[in-house]
Design a protein around this ligand. Sequence first.
Ligand SMILES: [Zn+2]
Ligand SMILES: [Zn+2]
Length: 406
Amino acid sequence: MQQFVFGGGHIVLPDRVAEDISIVIGDGRIEAILPHPPSPALPRVDLEGRWLVPGFVDLHVHGGGGADFMDGDVEAVLTACHAHLRHGTTTIFPTTTTGSPHRITAMLDACRKAIEQQQQNVLLGARMEGIHLYGPYFAPDKVGCHSTEGCRPPEAKEYLAYLASGMVKIATCAAELPGATEFYRQAAQAGCLVTCGHSNASWSEMELAYRAGLRHVDHFWCAMSSVASLRQRFGTPMQASMAEFVLATAEMSTEVIADGCHLAPELLRFAYQLIGPQRLCLVTDCNRALDQPPGQYRFGHFEDGTLLYSDGQVGWTSDRKSLASSVRGLDWMVRHMVSVVGIPLHDAVRMASLTPAQRSGIDHHVGSISIGKRADLVVLNKELQVEQVFLGGQLVFDSLQDRDYA
Ligand SMILES: [Zn+2]
Ligand SMILES: [Zn+2]
């Protein structure tokens, strides 16, 4: 690939926004960051005052563009990867739900085949770095919108097969379930980011889990324990919950669904201020209804997943009483954090790129505009909307030309 340069705009680095610098791309990577505008000798992409940000990394995402990763076929996987690419996500961790072992195995197989296709063709959507094994090890009182039938405590015979596939890079289990400690140990040994979600765990259960390798909590404030929920479980004295454990433990990270429907701005600001951009990730937790009209959809497999309703802003359970995941991309979450919550753009971008890359152990090659990393880059316009997406230095989506190169 020919060398070229980005310049003439605001370049979003992990700790600041830089002006009047240039980013040299060669061989699909970021070759140099120069402290001056690009020399006219090299072909260049003139940003014309727009923003250049690293491609986003989504740790928790179920689908998009009408497809759910649990549909279990290659076409569905690539459809969802492609839908999120248009929203600036260049690295994606397809996330399972509470399905039967058969369904989860089919999902892993479909993702493996889709990754092989992506290795041959860069135009096939956001790159998968691994799977987030998310359902089925949820606490029965915190299942949220997931199907309760598919929920179960972790059994080694089942999960060791998933871990042995080498596909699982993020692994969730509710800390209070029987067998959770062994699950955490095995997942940590397999190199996963180990996380607790859909759980009513107490501080002492979290401490045990932490010793077994737990380092992350899924969607903070959603389907997780609180002092009040633990009072119902244990009575008095009141006990600290997952929330206090994360706030008090520097090595723990977490994530928020910043779609404006799940959490009010003051909670997002609280998380940003008290947990901080180094250990707080933005995730979409998006279902298949991304970029689809309002209506009824299935969460999980298209035949027997739980019914959900999208009103075009967010997903609801079919009785419309509880939220059931988002219908937004990471670009929306970044805009919301900047324009409604009021945090600096470089911190919002960091929470959608470098921090999730670090937590999932892939920051040596993606997650920031740094020398040597893959040139997965997104051009945002002045309203922070996605205009162009580059994967490995190659233009793969251009909203101005309304052009998909897939
Ligand atoms: Zn969830
Ligand atoms: Zn989810």
